[in-house]
Ligand binder design. Structure first.
Ligand SMILES: N[C@@H](CCC(=O)N[C@@H](CS)C(=O)NCC(=O)O)C(=O)O
Length: 218
């Protein structure tokens, strides 16, 4: 059976698990990393020399690390022509959002994790979240414009494009106090939140942390 190594609340695990859920792949997810530890275990390092999460391991011993590569691999294998567009231009148009999410969009998540969960109240800079939100606005404007013309990032249907940014949008929506209104981004979130795989693998793993983040607003 396909194994996914990684605690279920890591953002890079979440996006892969959402993909696994959409593809309905029989799998075994192993709690690993974070409080579960194991990152430096030599057997784990042999599968993933970075010691990070997630790692995919197939029944025949094939292993793969880097969440984006795992998503591309799984969709190419199980959903060519749908989640993984076959036309080279359509595929590239979807693929670019994956890189964009990692390079341009995801930074807010690290800032949120520091503020809400890693720093003590005394260590927190009260301006950290407003500064992060302000820095994210240009990226949100890009999403807002694109989602005004497309239901999903890769076009009219869910594709590889959606897994990285789409999974982080749950944190944007639920972890941002007084968030600025982006109607098309909100409507996109509503579309994603209606999907059972998104509820199971994105919303639920974020729930406990959402409660903790929101408690710090009061
Ligand atoms: N570029 C890597 C980043 C992997 C990464 O940094 N994962 C985090 C969890 S989201 C991690 O391993 N953190 C250490 C830990 O949780 O023990 C990927 O996309 O797979």
């Amino acid at each position: 059976m396909t194994k996914i190594w990684g605690r279920n609340d890591g953002s890079n695990v979440i996006k892969v698990m959402w993909c696994v859920g959409e593809l309905a792949i029989a799998h075994d997810r192993i709690d690993w990393g974070g409080g579960f530890g194991g990152n430096d275990d030599p057997e784990y390092r042999a599968k993933n020399p970075n010691g990070r999460l997630p790692t995919l391991e197939e029944a025949d011993g094939f292993t793969l690390w880097e969440s984006g590569a795992i998503i591309r691999y799984l969709c190419a294998k199980h959903a060519a022509g749908t989640l993984y567009p076959e036309d080279p231009r359509a595929r590239a148009a979807a693929d670019k959002w994956m890189d964009w999410s990692s390079l341009n969009f995801a930074g807010f998540n690290a800032a949120y994790l520091d503020y809400y969960f890693r720093l003590s109240e005394a260590e927190r800079d009260p301006e950290a979240i407003p500064r992060t939100v302000a820095a994210l606005r240009p990226q949100l404007e890009i999403l807002e414009a694109h989602l005004g013309e497309n239901d999903y990032l890769g076009g009219s249907d869910l594709t590889i494009a959606d897994f990285p940014a789409g999974s982080l949008i749950d944190r944007w929506i639920r972890w941002t106090p007084n968030r600025p209104g982006y109607a098309n981004v909100e409507a996109y979130y509503d579309r994603l939140a209606a999907r059972p795989a998104y509820q199971a693998h994105v919303i639920q793993p974020n729930d406990a942390r959402t409660a903790q983040a929101q408690a710090s607003w009061s």
